[in-house]
Design a protein around this ligand. Structure first.
Ligand SMILES: C[S@@+](CC[C@H](N)C(=O)[O-])C[C@H]1O[C@@H](n2cnc3c(N)ncnc32)[C@H](O)[C@@H]1O
Length: 310
Protein backbone atom coordinates (compact mmCIF):
# COMPACT_ATOMS: atom_id res chain seq x y z
CA UNK A 1 0.00 0.00 0.00
CA UNK A 2 1.24 3.50 -0.88
CA UNK A 3 2.00 5.97 1.92
CA UNK A 4 -1.29 7.39 3.29
CA UNK A 5 -0.94 11.16 2.94
CA UNK A 6 -3.77 13.49 3.88
CA UNK A 7 -3.65 16.91 5.55
CA UNK A 8 -6.65 17.32 7.87
CA UNK A 9 -8.72 20.44 7.20
CA UNK A 10 -9.98 22.86 9.87
CA UNK A 11 -8.33 20.65 12.48
CA UNK A 12 -7.98 23.16 15.36
CA UNK A 13 -11.37 24.72 14.69
CA UNK A 14 -13.10 21.32 14.68
CA UNK A 15 -11.46 20.15 17.89
CA UNK A 16 -12.27 23.41 19.66
CA UNK A 17 -15.91 23.45 18.55
CA UNK A 18 -16.49 19.79 19.45
CA UNK A 19 -15.75 20.90 23.04
CA UNK A 20 -14.40 17.45 23.96
CA UNK A 21 -15.22 16.05 27.39
CA UNK A 22 -12.38 13.74 28.53
CA UNK A 23 -14.82 11.09 29.79
CA UNK A 24 -17.07 11.30 26.73
CA UNK A 25 -17.76 8.87 23.92
CA UNK A 26 -17.09 10.25 20.44
CA UNK A 27 -17.64 9.12 16.87
CA UNK A 28 -15.52 10.14 13.90
CA UNK A 29 -17.59 8.88 10.97
CA UNK A 30 -14.80 9.59 8.47
CA UNK A 31 -11.57 8.28 10.02
CA UNK A 32 -9.45 8.53 6.83
CA UNK A 33 -5.82 9.08 7.87
CA UNK A 34 -6.98 9.55 11.48
CA UNK A 35 -5.86 13.20 11.62
CA UNK A 36 -9.00 14.41 13.40
CA UNK A 37 -9.43 11.07 15.18
CA UNK A 38 -6.00 11.26 16.82
CA UNK A 39 -6.61 14.76 18.12
CA UNK A 40 -9.96 13.69 19.59
CA UNK A 41 -8.58 10.48 21.11
CA UNK A 42 -5.57 12.29 22.63
CA UNK A 43 -7.96 14.47 24.63
CA UNK A 44 -9.85 11.51 26.11
CA UNK A 45 -9.29 9.92 29.49
CA UNK A 46 -7.97 6.38 28.75
CA UNK A 47 -10.14 4.93 31.54
CA UNK A 48 -13.50 6.55 30.78
CA UNK A 49 -13.41 8.20 27.35
CA UNK A 50 -13.53 6.46 23.99
CA UNK A 51 -13.47 7.27 20.29
CA UNK A 52 -15.08 5.09 17.64
CA UNK A 53 -13.59 5.88 14.24
CA UNK A 54 -15.58 4.64 11.23
CA UNK A 55 -14.60 4.40 7.58
CA UNK A 56 -16.05 2.52 4.61
CA UNK A 57 -12.61 2.18 2.98
CA UNK A 58 -10.68 -0.93 4.13
CA UNK A 59 -7.36 0.84 3.40
CA UNK A 60 -8.32 3.78 5.64
CA UNK A 61 -9.47 1.36 8.35
CA UNK A 62 -6.04 -0.30 8.33
CA UNK A 63 -4.10 2.98 8.49
CA UNK A 64 -6.39 4.56 11.09
CA UNK A 65 -6.00 1.44 13.24
CA UNK A 66 -2.20 1.81 13.16
CA UNK A 67 -2.29 5.56 13.83
CA UNK A 68 -4.69 5.24 16.78
CA UNK A 69 -2.79 2.41 18.47
CA UNK A 70 -2.29 3.05 22.16
CA UNK A 71 -5.07 5.65 22.32
CA UNK A 72 -8.58 5.08 23.75
CA UNK A 73 -10.00 4.42 20.30
CA UNK A 74 -11.45 1.64 18.17
CA UNK A 75 -11.73 1.61 14.38
CA UNK A 76 -14.85 0.15 12.78
CA UNK A 77 -15.33 -0.69 9.10
CA UNK A 78 -18.78 0.74 8.39
CA UNK A 79 -20.75 3.32 6.43
CA UNK A 80 -21.46 6.40 8.51
CA UNK A 81 -25.10 6.18 7.37
CA UNK A 82 -25.27 3.04 9.54
CA UNK A 83 -23.48 4.51 12.55
CA UNK A 84 -26.19 3.68 15.09
CA UNK A 85 -26.10 -0.03 14.23
CA UNK A 86 -22.28 0.00 14.21
CA UNK A 87 -22.21 1.62 17.66
CA UNK A 88 -24.93 -0.65 19.00
CA UNK A 89 -22.74 -3.61 18.05
CA UNK A 90 -20.13 -2.37 20.50
CA UNK A 91 -22.75 -1.62 23.17
CA UNK A 92 -22.98 2.16 22.71
CA UNK A 93 -26.39 3.91 22.57
CA UNK A 94 -25.50 7.58 23.18
CA UNK A 95 -22.42 9.71 22.49
CA UNK A 96 -21.13 13.20 23.32
CA UNK A 97 -19.99 14.14 19.85
CA UNK A 98 -19.97 13.12 16.18
CA UNK A 99 -17.68 14.40 13.44
CA UNK A 100 -18.08 13.98 9.67
CA UNK A 101 -15.30 15.29 7.41
CA UNK A 102 -16.97 14.53 4.10
CA UNK A 103 -15.76 13.41 0.70
CA UNK A 104 -12.63 11.55 -0.29
CA UNK A 105 -9.18 11.74 1.28
CA UNK A 106 -6.15 13.00 -0.63
CA UNK A 107 -4.82 9.45 -0.38
CA UNK A 108 -7.86 8.10 -2.25
CA UNK A 109 -7.65 10.84 -4.88
CA UNK A 110 -3.91 10.60 -5.39
CA UNK A 111 -3.62 6.80 -5.51
CA UNK A 112 -3.99 6.23 -9.25
CA UNK A 113 -5.15 2.60 -8.99
CA UNK A 114 -8.25 3.73 -7.03
CA UNK A 115 -9.47 5.31 -10.27
CA UNK A 116 -10.59 8.70 -8.89
CA UNK A 117 -8.12 10.90 -10.72
CA UNK A 118 -8.16 12.43 -14.17
CA UNK A 119 -4.44 13.14 -13.85
CA UNK A 120 -3.45 9.49 -14.26
CA UNK A 121 -4.73 6.73 -16.52
CA UNK A 122 -6.11 3.83 -14.48
CA UNK A 123 -9.15 1.52 -14.38
CA UNK A 124 -12.27 3.63 -13.81
CA UNK A 125 -13.23 2.64 -10.26
CA UNK A 126 -13.89 5.47 -7.70
CA UNK A 127 -15.41 3.19 -5.04
CA UNK A 128 -14.40 4.27 -1.53
CA UNK A 129 -15.42 0.86 -0.21
CA UNK A 130 -13.97 -1.10 -3.18
CA UNK A 131 -17.36 -2.89 -3.31
CA UNK A 132 -20.52 -2.54 -5.39
CA UNK A 133 -21.07 -0.47 -8.51
CA UNK A 134 -17.91 1.13 -9.92
CA UNK A 135 -17.54 4.25 -12.06
CA UNK A 136 -16.98 1.92 -15.01
CA UNK A 137 -20.35 0.22 -14.37
CA UNK A 138 -22.04 3.59 -14.05
CA UNK A 139 -20.74 5.23 -17.23
CA UNK A 140 -21.37 2.09 -19.27
CA UNK A 141 -24.92 1.35 -18.08
CA UNK A 142 -26.72 4.49 -16.90
CA UNK A 143 -29.12 6.11 -19.36
CA UNK A 144 -28.36 9.40 -21.12
CA UNK A 145 -30.95 11.13 -18.86
CA UNK A 146 -29.42 9.80 -15.65
CA UNK A 147 -25.89 10.71 -16.76
CA UNK A 148 -27.00 14.22 -17.68
CA UNK A 149 -28.86 14.60 -14.38
CA UNK A 150 -25.89 13.63 -12.18
CA UNK A 151 -23.54 15.86 -14.20
CA UNK A 152 -25.90 18.81 -13.64
CA UNK A 153 -26.87 18.02 -10.05
CA UNK A 154 -23.61 16.73 -8.56
CA UNK A 155 -21.09 18.48 -10.82
CA UNK A 156 -22.94 21.71 -11.69
CA UNK A 157 -21.55 20.98 -15.16
CA UNK A 158 -23.17 23.22 -17.73
CA UNK A 159 -21.94 21.04 -20.61
CA UNK A 160 -23.76 18.04 -19.09
CA UNK A 161 -25.86 17.23 -22.22
CA UNK A 162 -22.82 17.19 -24.53
CA UNK A 163 -20.74 15.08 -22.13
CA UNK A 164 -23.57 12.60 -21.50
CA UNK A 165 -24.13 12.31 -25.25
CA UNK A 166 -20.42 11.65 -25.88
CA UNK A 167 -20.36 8.94 -23.18
CA UNK A 168 -23.38 7.16 -24.67
CA UNK A 169 -21.96 7.36 -28.23
CA UNK A 170 -18.51 6.11 -27.18
CA UNK A 171 -19.78 3.08 -25.27
CA UNK A 172 -21.74 1.90 -28.31
CA UNK A 173 -18.40 1.32 -30.01
CA UNK A 174 -16.55 -0.10 -26.98
CA UNK A 175 -16.94 0.03 -23.18
CA UNK A 176 -15.30 2.98 -21.40
CA UNK A 177 -12.69 1.34 -19.16
CA UNK A 178 -10.23 3.92 -17.85
CA UNK A 179 -10.04 7.35 -16.25
CA UNK A 180 -8.03 8.47 -19.28
CA UNK A 181 -10.80 7.44 -21.68
CA UNK A 182 -13.44 9.29 -19.66
CA UNK A 183 -11.19 12.37 -19.42
CA UNK A 184 -10.72 12.38 -23.22
CA UNK A 185 -14.48 12.16 -23.76
CA UNK A 186 -15.07 15.15 -21.48
CA UNK A 187 -12.33 17.17 -23.17
CA UNK A 188 -13.77 16.45 -26.61
CA UNK A 189 -17.27 17.57 -25.48
CA UNK A 190 -16.49 21.06 -24.14
CA UNK A 191 -15.63 24.14 -26.21
CA UNK A 192 -11.94 24.78 -26.88
CA UNK A 193 -11.89 27.92 -24.73
CA UNK A 194 -12.98 25.88 -21.67
CA UNK A 195 -10.26 23.30 -22.39
CA UNK A 196 -7.68 26.09 -22.39
CA UNK A 197 -8.85 27.79 -19.18
CA UNK A 198 -8.59 24.89 -16.73
CA UNK A 199 -8.96 21.14 -16.58
CA UNK A 200 -12.54 20.54 -17.80
CA UNK A 201 -12.75 17.07 -16.17
CA UNK A 202 -13.08 18.17 -12.54
CA UNK A 203 -16.87 18.53 -12.50
CA UNK A 204 -17.60 15.28 -14.34
CA UNK A 205 -15.26 13.27 -12.14
CA UNK A 206 -16.78 14.83 -9.00
CA UNK A 207 -20.31 14.03 -10.23
CA UNK A 208 -19.52 10.40 -11.06
CA UNK A 209 -17.73 9.92 -7.74
CA UNK A 210 -20.69 11.32 -5.75
CA UNK A 211 -23.10 9.03 -7.62
CA UNK A 212 -20.92 5.90 -7.37
CA UNK A 213 -20.60 6.32 -3.61
CA UNK A 214 -24.19 7.56 -3.07
CA UNK A 215 -22.64 10.43 -1.13
CA UNK A 216 -25.82 12.51 -0.90
CA UNK A 217 -27.90 9.51 0.25
CA UNK A 218 -25.27 8.63 2.86
CA UNK A 219 -25.21 12.21 4.19
CA UNK A 220 -28.99 12.45 4.28
CA UNK A 221 -29.23 9.31 6.44
CA UNK A 222 -26.20 10.17 8.56
CA UNK A 223 -27.67 13.52 9.62
CA UNK A 224 -30.57 11.77 11.36
CA UNK A 225 -28.44 8.87 12.61
CA UNK A 226 -25.88 11.19 14.18
CA UNK A 227 -28.49 13.45 15.76
CA UNK A 228 -30.34 10.48 17.26
CA UNK A 229 -27.08 9.09 18.60
CA UNK A 230 -26.18 12.30 20.44
CA UNK A 231 -26.93 12.66 24.13
CA UNK A 232 -28.35 16.05 25.21
CA UNK A 233 -25.44 18.51 25.27
CA UNK A 234 -23.64 16.47 22.58
CA UNK A 235 -22.30 18.15 19.46
CA UNK A 236 -22.43 17.31 15.76
CA UNK A 237 -19.69 18.82 13.57
CA UNK A 238 -19.74 18.46 9.79
CA UNK A 239 -17.15 19.63 7.26
CA UNK A 240 -18.49 19.88 3.69
CA UNK A 241 -16.65 20.50 0.42
CA UNK A 242 -19.30 21.55 -2.07
CA UNK A 243 -22.51 23.53 -2.12
CA UNK A 244 -24.88 20.56 -2.41
CA UNK A 245 -23.54 18.98 0.76
CA UNK A 246 -23.40 22.30 2.60
CA UNK A 247 -26.99 23.12 1.65
CA UNK A 248 -28.22 19.77 2.99
CA UNK A 249 -26.34 20.23 6.28
CA UNK A 250 -27.45 23.85 6.67
CA UNK A 251 -31.13 23.00 6.11
CA UNK A 252 -31.17 19.99 8.42
CA UNK A 253 -29.34 21.89 11.17
CA UNK A 254 -31.90 24.71 10.79
CA UNK A 255 -34.73 22.15 11.21
CA UNK A 256 -33.09 20.72 14.36
CA UNK A 257 -32.76 24.24 15.75
CA UNK A 258 -36.26 25.36 14.78
CA UNK A 259 -38.20 22.31 15.90
CA UNK A 260 -41.54 23.42 14.45
CA UNK A 261 -42.41 21.63 11.20
CA UNK A 262 -45.54 23.63 10.29
CA UNK A 263 -45.68 24.97 6.71
CA UNK A 264 -44.47 28.60 6.56
CA UNK A 265 -47.92 29.83 5.46
CA UNK A 266 -49.52 28.74 8.79
CA UNK A 267 -50.17 31.89 10.90
CA UNK A 268 -49.19 30.02 14.05
CA UNK A 269 -47.59 26.75 15.08
CA UNK A 270 -49.93 23.76 15.35
CA UNK A 271 -47.32 20.97 15.50
CA UNK A 272 -46.16 22.03 18.96
CA UNK A 273 -42.58 20.87 18.26
CA UNK A 274 -39.88 22.91 19.97
CA UNK A 275 -36.16 23.29 19.15
CA UNK A 276 -34.08 20.14 19.58
CA UNK A 277 -30.71 21.82 19.07
CA UNK A 278 -28.92 25.15 19.23
CA UNK A 279 -26.46 26.44 16.66
CA UNK A 280 -22.84 26.52 17.82
CA UNK A 281 -21.73 28.16 14.56
CA UNK A 282 -24.07 30.84 13.19
CA UNK A 283 -22.09 31.02 9.94
CA UNK A 284 -19.93 28.23 8.54
CA UNK A 285 -16.32 28.26 9.70
CA UNK A 286 -13.84 28.44 6.82
CA UNK A 287 -10.07 28.02 6.66
CA UNK A 288 -7.82 30.84 7.84
CA UNK A 289 -5.21 32.36 5.52
CA UNK A 290 -2.40 30.25 6.93
CA UNK A 291 -4.24 26.98 6.26
CA UNK A 292 -5.24 28.11 2.77
CA UNK A 293 -1.56 28.65 2.00
CA UNK A 294 -0.47 25.10 2.74
CA UNK A 295 -3.59 23.06 1.93
CA UNK A 296 -5.44 23.69 -1.29
CA UNK A 297 -8.21 21.29 -0.25
CA UNK A 298 -9.20 23.64 2.56
CA UNK A 299 -10.40 26.25 0.03
CA UNK A 300 -13.89 24.84 -0.28
CA UNK A 301 -14.21 23.49 3.30
CA UNK A 302 -17.10 24.68 5.50
CA UNK A 303 -17.58 23.56 9.09
CA UNK A 304 -20.97 23.74 10.80
CA UNK A 305 -21.69 22.62 14.36
CA UNK A 306 -24.90 22.14 16.37
CA UNK A 307 -25.47 21.11 19.98
CA UNK A 308 -28.37 18.85 20.88
CA UNK A 309 -30.77 20.13 23.52
CA UNK A 310 -33.13 17.16 23.60
C1 LIG B 1 -11.84 13.66 3.95
S1 LIG B 1 -11.46 12.04 4.42
C2 LIG B 1 -11.30 12.15 6.17
C3 LIG B 1 -9.94 12.56 6.63
C4 LIG B 1 -9.75 12.55 8.13
N1 LIG B 1 -10.66 13.46 8.80
C5 LIG B 1 -8.33 12.88 8.50
O1 LIG B 1 -8.10 13.90 9.16
O2 LIG B 1 -7.42 12.12 8.15
C6 LIG B 1 -12.98 11.23 4.28
C7 LIG B 1 -12.96 9.78 4.66
O3 LIG B 1 -14.30 9.40 4.88
C8 LIG B 1 -14.55 8.15 4.31
N2 LIG B 1 -15.97 8.14 3.97
C9 LIG B 1 -16.60 8.88 3.04
N3 LIG B 1 -17.90 8.57 3.01
C10 LIG B 1 -18.11 7.64 3.96
C11 LIG B 1 -19.27 6.94 4.42
N4 LIG B 1 -20.44 7.14 3.86
N5 LIG B 1 -19.11 6.07 5.44
C12 LIG B 1 -17.89 5.87 6.02
N6 LIG B 1 -16.76 6.48 5.60
C13 LIG B 1 -16.87 7.36 4.59
C14 LIG B 1 -13.64 8.06 3.12
O4 LIG B 1 -13.38 6.71 2.80
C15 LIG B 1 -12.41 8.83 3.60
O5 LIG B 1 -11.46 7.97 4.15
Amino acid sequence: MEEFKHISVLLNETIELLDIKPDGIYVDGTAGGAGHSREIAKRLDPENGRLYALDRDPEAVKVAGERLAGLPAQVIHADFADMRAALKNVGVEKVQGVLLDLGVSSYQLDTARRGFSYHADAPLDMRMSSEGMSAKDLVNTWSYEDLRRILYDYGEEKFAPAIAKAIVAAREIKPIETTGELAELVKSSVPQRVRREKNPCKKTFQAVRIAVNDEMGQLDRALDEAFELLAPGGRLAIITFHSLEDRMVKRRFAEFCKGCTCPPEFPQCVCGKTPRAKAVTRKPVTAAEEELEHNNRSRSAKLRVVEKIK
